[in-house]
Design a protein around this ligand. Structure first.
Ligand code: GTP
Ligand code: MG
Length: 305
């Protein structure tokens, strides 16, 4: 067969078996997908953006006319769009503490988040994890604002047999953090975990207070503790804390109580910061490393249902 004839034949077979995806092929599908994402507690703005990026990736592409070609193509493209947005630089807190402790350096980690998100509980869990590995830890109670905050952290410190640095209610939270960092440096302690207050994220003075703690304590890492149940608000909260205080990684508490799971995607997509752990209960052992790939598979499973 001549080369020309074989090219013509191949073109004809191609046209029979494949077609080009047009806007009208995907319009309904994208609308439906947006609704399903929002139902899974993915922030609305984000659902729109995902749909727009998916549309961009689908339009003009060649798909098989028959069988499940189109559906498979759409779900693979969606997975890739999401994976790209979850590919953010990883943060390894435990690895960094280990590395720094070899050079006899303390690692200071400050935890921030709105009231009730799970900061204090998460700090206690993380302190437990570090102690299990063999690191020494000091807790700093830089929440000198909320009634009961000092006693709450103190109880954890007693149970975990960990030193806690405190000052009376109403004291400057930055000075507590400063004391804790000095104590750790002079006693060769591996990690300082700073607990902070969490009045509503819209209160500007909280952000100023947190910025001051950060300036004074100069943490190597700032961790945003988000509430998995916050749903649509998770994105706003992460955005505000990231722009006014800045954080390096996020931990999502109450993941066990969250059946929908969209908050992790919202936080990572918005801030480009990794979710590194999730809280899976109220016990000290209930802190699980977060895998973006596993999370995505389960989220896509829910969206597809
Ligand atoms: N089920 C579940 N509950 C959690 C988890 N993490 C925290 N909690 C609960 O959430 C509530 C609030 O947790 P805290 O650790 O006090 O939250 P916080 O951010 O320190 O709160 P403020 O100090 O008031 O800002 C408590 O009842 C915790 O036991 C989790 O991973 N799973
Ligand atoms: Mg607290």
């Amino acid at each position: 067969m001549s080369k020309r004839l074989s090219n013509v034949l191949r073109g004809a077979v191609d046209r029979l078996a494949y077609r080009i995806v047009r806007e009208e092929d995907v319009a309904d599908l994208l609308d439906d997908l947006k609704i399903r994402f929002v139902e899974c507690d993915v922030a609305y703005d984000l659902a729109e953006e995902i749909a727009a990026r998916l549309e961009e990736s689908l339009k003009g592409q060649k798909v098989r006319r028959f069988g499940k070609g189109f559906e498979v193509f759409v779900s693979e493209t969606l997975r890739n769009v999401l994976l790209q947005s979850l590919e953010v630089e990883q943060v390894d807190l435990v690895g960094s503490i280990a590395e720094r402790s070899k050079g006899k350096n303390t690692t200071v980690i400050m935890f921030v988040g709105i009231n009730g998100s799970g900061k204090t509980t998460t700090i206690a869990k993380f302190a437990h994890l570090l102690k299990e590995i063999g690191f020494s830890v000091v807790l700093a109670c830089s929440d000198t604002f909320r009634a009961g905050a000092i006693e709450q952290l103190e109880k954890h410190a007693e149970r975990l047999k960990t030193k806690m640095v405190k000052r009376p209610y109403g004291s400057d939270p930055a000075s507590v953090a400063y004391d804790a960092v000095n104590h750790a440096a002079s006693h060769g302690i591996d990690a300082v975990l700073i607990d902070t207050a969490g009045r509503m994220q819209t209160k500007r003075n909280l952000m100023e207070e947190l910025a001051k703690i950060k300036r004074v304590a100069q943490p190597q890492f700032t961790v945003f503790v988000g509430d998995a149940l916050a749903g649509n608000d998770a994105l706003d909260q992460a955005r505000v804390f990231n722009s006014s205080v800045g954080f390096d990684a996020a931990i999502l508490a109450k993941f066990d109580a969250d059946s929908k799971g969209g908050s992790a995607l919202s936080i990572m997509y918005e801030t480009k910061k990794p979710v590194i752990y999730v809280g899976t209960g109220q016990g000290y052992g209930d802190l699980r490393p977060f895998s973006a790939r596993d999370y995505l598979s389960s989220l896509l499973g829910q969206v597809a249902q």
